[in-house]
Design a protein around this ligand. Sequence first.
Ligand SMILES: [Zn+2]
Length: 531
Amino acid sequence: MSVPAGQKIKTVAENTTSGYISPNQYDIDILHYDLSIDLYPDQRLIKGNATLTGKITNENITSLDLNFYDNLKITGATINGKAVNYERSATRITFPVNEVPKDTFILNIIYEGTPKLVGLSSFVFGNINHQSVVYSLNEPQYASTWFPCDDRPDDKALLDIRITNDSSEVSVSNGKLIDISNQGSRRTYHWKTIYPISTYLICLYSSDYVEFDDRYISQDKSDTMAIKYFVFPKQLNDAKIDFSDHVDMLNFFARTFGEYPFIKEKYGVAEFLWQLGAEEHQTITGVGSIFIGGRKFFDDIYSHELSHQWFGDAVGLTSWKEIWLNEGFASYCEALYAEHVGGSGALRSKMMGKFHKQFLGKIYDPEDLFSQTVYDKGAWILHMLRWEIGDTAFFKSMRNYYETYKYKNATIDDFKKICELVSGKNLDYFFKQWIFNGTGIINEQYSWNVDTEDSDFVLHLDLNQIQTGFEDYKFPLDLEVKFEDNSSQFLKFEVDKREQVFNFKFKRKPVAVIFDPHSWILGTFVAEKKN
Ligand SMILES: [Zn+2]
């Protein structure tokens, strides 16, 4: 998800402790969702038919639980073809133990109603210029407002979705378009996903879209993949200008991290009316219509969402507490793409745009999933990791992480282990101070003076970490020393204590010091006031 600066949304993921996911949901594994969703925008009504194929993974399971909002009226429910009893609560449907099959099950639920509008957007019957726009945005836990599901990010499944609407409307979803069929004035689009997908990434868009295509050729030249754009007719020309960098972005991310994960399906962008940003639905990003302007102003949003196909979609979360793996990564990918286009100056300027003197709370299990802390500080943490272990180890770690966990789910610890293996460095302190324990940023106070010693000049540097919160940050510091003769020298050394004194010997007289001249550190360096 991308939320441009200045927008305020606060989302707290519910988890097992708040009760949205029941313990029994960890004892099932959904393998496939077959969804038929009939849309009646005038009545704000959906008629759904959901068939879930799944497995029981714990024979002592006490009930089969799924997430499903209880305002949707069920007109039929079967397990393995047999009508079953169930109980419902606000966001859950429960099949009692006597209805639970031993191993695999095919569960069918037929339902209808108006999906509740909760969270950021969940399921919306909107309109623009008197034209209907139906769309969904499930992240983090709102898929169950419109279909029954095991709404955990780590229970990935395959998907067939058939969306039916008036034949004037184009209906779009994840994966590949298999078939379009007509029944009188109604039209059905069948989309199929052959790569595992998390429920929060399952989506639906339906409007009078106009469509245009681009083409991406895989890095080994063996596959050609369509890039499909679905936009409102009035914005067609602007969209053609704005979206034109997607091919270059795809090539850049595929070269940097490994091949685009959904190469047999598509990448695409569909316009919707969530005007706070964009959402990385697997193979078909949703972009708010105000983020298409025909001036190429929104590349950061587009590169952010595209990079989520690698980090977030292909490599999925195990828990919402680890949202940094999605949003910190995609935010840093904005900067990496800017670096690819504009060089190191562009990287630095993007990172300074994400620099703030204050960040609230921790990265791990953040108070707000979509906060500046997760996005901007999250991006800085990857930037500092790159400085810490070097470009070669950093990009190799990113590639290995993607290759190892694509189509699966990973944890921060999985990522850390790969970085340690590739770099040969123990990174306990790094992840502790930036992810698991630390809050805020580094604040260093410094003073310095120069002595002579024989024919040498000695620079005495006093560093004093004055941040509250995390005790001692450990980090490699880049220091530029300028000399009397206008020359300069760069020093890289490890800072690892709250108060530290360093001495450096030179043949020339130092006249100035510049801390972190290339902006690798999320910290401030302020000269100590002398009395
Ligand atoms: Zn995002």
